[in-house]
Design a protein around this ligand. Structure first.
Ligand code: ACM
Ligand code: ZN
Length: 739
């Protein structure tokens, strides 16, 4: 039986649907009840001391010390005083109220005091995180902070609430990883899976094999087609990369532990190993030479599984790794290991015969089984990606399911523990919107999709006990710096937090969105470059106009004359409509959200009452993305040509009546202002007064072209013409004309 960790899930405590809006708590606690106690009021500006009352346990004392420091940071040096014995770290007398869950807590606010009760440091730590989410950052106009009386009883749904950071494809500083740990801890994530070795670099110091970090931690340039200045991580010789010394790793592990986060290292084998092979070519089947990869994807070159020296190398590495990471699990990768070298390698084939294996898949299984023994002898449990199922699963292995949930379901049915991390919901390197986003790996996981993640989905109930939890992964091929990493993980990490902490029956996307308004402010206060829910859709339905902001219930300001909307412009509540302005003249609606902190989101615009026109393209159409969408007043609805374009291909807007615009433009590509994928790389914008002869007025640059026209210029038609062939598909967001 391998479900010791998951046993806390078997609990029959009652769950109270929160009676109050829970102050924007994320993840939503199991139970929040308003109580009849008197509200608690703290004051600012006097000389009284903050004195905590702390029960006589090591856990409570450590938590109180953490709390004192966290509080200073929270109030950023402001004078806020709780006075003496107003905040109490108590021992929880009735742990059955939290189902005996080691990470559970009770938080009571009212009658002049705040009581945090738990049985472990983890429990106190999470009570503190909840309290910090409830505490304003400053006093009100009377110099006071008032908290609503309530009682919160809370504990997590799963024991594994994970986040994976890929520090190989791009490197992050130790300081930033600590910042990441703070963000994860605030969302009650308790596992940091750290991807430390791969084809593009080796990031962990191994004393016995110094070449791994002297050489294999560095590559000749940033790679992945990125610009050199997108990262700061270069050495004096201009090589890109970096590594974490054993001292730095110990420091990170300690920092994480004090925030109830276990760091799980991943040392990839038998594939994704080109960086190691580049300095120890004798460990590959062909003997090399091997060169550190500068692109993503999967290399055919993997460790030789028939060479005993390779196993010794791995054992030596794990000897050092297990000393650095005190957690139970070590991740060995196991994914994406092509077998083509093994098929023709005499050593690998000899090993297959000697071990009575059927084929190369069983050889992979042999490798994982052997590593499981190696780790078990060192007191650790092996976890690997779902490919470790191929050729037979090692007897005690835990499976991390990434190619959907299928592998995880299969493993759970075989009584193996599982962490669900399906790329349908948990790959945070995928894009968060269809347009206006930075270049990404591909794939699409907006916040709502991330929120839909349920780790037990598709798993028969009797195997739920094997689902340890869920994890989001941040692969960094196209995430070259820390700021960008923050953008990709926040706010989606809150969705993961709620999927792994909150009881499924309490979860609601609408309620989550409402609470996220507060969480966005908290990300902002923590200096996190979170993705702002900036979009405002401008919707036209049955002759009426309304706005749908990404941030639920955000105020929207707008103009109808093409001018820039400011906080002083007219506003419209999300559920309200106004009639579409009548008349023949085109109307330019511009709208943007006003955030709770008063800042303004980015502007979206839409043209109404457009002149009648036809859009004619020489290219084929991808599914329903018809040419007419290139001139429908909206940049959101796009024309998407199916396949590449030849020189001379055109997309033309032909007006029923000639127009006399002062300004014409065309925006292509997925980016909000051109520049994203599927843009026009080389082309011109042309006008025609008769629909037959054409005059170029502008060249496309980064997918965009615009031109001012002399007053009175007759425009019967407007088009883009491709001037160099391109393999990339062409996406036309909108042709726009302004008078
Ligand atoms: C993976 O994404 N290759 C685990
Ligand atoms: Zn081999």
């Amino acid at each position: 039986m391998k479900h010791i960790l998951a046993s806390a899930l078997f609990c029959f405590c009652t769950i109270n649907v929160p009676a109050i809006a829970a102050e924007g708590l994320v993840p939503l606690p199991v139970s929040v009840e308003r109580t009849a106690a008197a509200p608690i009021v703290f004051t600012s500006g006097n000389e009284r001391q903050n004195r905590l009352r702390v029960s006589d346990t090591d856990a409570a004392r450590r938590a109180a010390a953490y709390f004192s420091a966290a509080l200073k940071k929270h109030f950023a040096g402001k004078n806020i005083h709780f006075g003496k014995n107003k905040i109490i770290f108590a021992s929880l007398e009735n742990p059955e109220i939290i189902c005996g869950n080691a990470e559970g807590y009770v938080l009571e606010i009212g009658d002049g005091k705040i009581v945090l009760s738990a049985t472990t440091y983890a429990g106190y730590f999470y009570a503190i995180q909840t309290l910090l989410q409830m505490l304003p950052r400053e006093a009100d106009g009377n110099g006071e902070i008032t908290l609503t009386p309530c009682k919160i009883v809370d504990y997590p749904r799963f024991v594994w609430r994970g986040f994976m950071l890929d520090s190989v494809r791009h490197f992050q500083s130790v300081e930033w990883i600590k910042k990441l740990i703070d963000v994860l801890a605030s969302q009650k994530i308790n596992t940091l899976h750290w991807h430390l070795t791969d084809d593009q670099g080796w990031r962990i110091e191994i004393k016995k094999y110094p070449k791994l970090t002297q050489l294999a931690a560095w590559r000749e340039h940033i790679g992945f087609g990125l610009e050199p200045d997108q990262s700061e991580h270069y050495d004096k010789a201009g090589r890109y990369g970096g590594f974490y010394s054993q001292d730095e790793i110990r420091e990170i592990v300690r920092y994480a532990a004090s925030r109830n986060i276990t760091v799980v290292p991943e040392i990839e084998l038998p594939g994704h190993a080109v960086a190691a092979l580049s300095v120890y070519p004798e460990f590959g089947c062909t003997g090399g030479p091997y060169k550190i990869r500068l692109i993503g994807g999967v290399s055919d070159d993997v460790y030789c599984a028939g060479n005993e020296a390779v196993y010794t190398f791995w054992e030596d590495i794990f000897d050092e790794v297990v000393q650095l990471f005190p957690g139970k699990f070590v991740h060995v990768g196991g994914d994406e290991c092509p077998k083509i070298r093994w098929k023709i390698c005499p050593k690998c084939q000899a090993k297959i015969r000697a071990e009575n294996l059927k084929d190369e898949h069983e050889l992979q299984s042999y490798v994982i089984r052997r590593m499981e023994k190696v780790l078990s002898q060192r007191g650790k449990r092996l976890i690997g990606w779902d490919e470790i199922l191929e050729g037979g699963l090692a007897p005690e292995a835990t499976v991390m399911s990434w190619r959907g949930a299928k592998g995880g379901v299969e493993a759970a049915k075989m009584q193996h523990d599982v962490v669900m991390s399906p790329n349908s919901h948990c790959y945070y390197d995928y894009s968060q919107a269809h347009s206006g986003e930075p270049r990404s790996f591909g794939g699409f996981i907006p916040l709502e999709r991330a929120y839909e993640f349920n780790p037990t989905e598709g798993v028969p109930a009797k195997f739920h006990k094997h689902i340890l939890g869920g994890q989001a992964n941040l692969w960094t091929e196209y995430i070259p710096n820390e700021k960008h990493a923050e953008y990709m993980l926040a706010p989606r990490i809150s969705a993961l937090a709620e999927a792994t902490w909150t009881p499924q029956e309490l979860r609601s996307w609408e309620d989550f969105q409402n609470r996220m308004v507060h969480q966005y402010a908290r990300f902002g206060a923590a200096g996190v470059n979170y993705r702002r829910p900036e979009a405002v859709q401008i919707l036209v339905e049955n002759g009426t106009l309304r706005f749908r902001p990404d941030l639920r219930n955000a105020k929207v300001v707008f103009t109808l004359d093409g001018s820039e909307p400011t906080e002083k412009s007219q506003s419209l509540a999300p559920q309200t409509r106004i009639p579409v302005p009548a008349g023949d003249a085109a109307v330019c609606v511009r709208a943007r959200a006003v955030f709770p902190d008063g800042s303004l989101g980015r502007i979206n615009e839409r043209f109404l009452n457009l002149p009648k026109a036809k859009v004619i393209s020489t290219l084929n159409t991808e599914a329903g993305n018809v040419p007419a969408r290139a001139f429908d007043g909206s940049r959101e609805a796009v024309y998407w040509a199916n396949g590449g374009a030849r020189a001379g291909d055109t997309v033309a807007v032909v007006f029923e009546q000639a127009q006399t615009p002062k300004h014409v433009s065309c925006i292509t590509g997925k980016g909000e202002t051109g520049g994203g994928g599927d843009r026009l790389h080389s082309g011109v914008l042309e006008i025609s007064s008769d629909g037959k002869t054409w005059h170029p007025v502008a060249k496309f640059s980064r997918g965009f072209a615009e031109a001012e026209l002399p007053a009175g210029t007759q425009v019967k038609a407007l088009r883009l013409r491709v001037t160099n062939p391109q393999a990339e598909w062409l996406l036309v967001r909108e042709f726009e004309i302004r008078n």
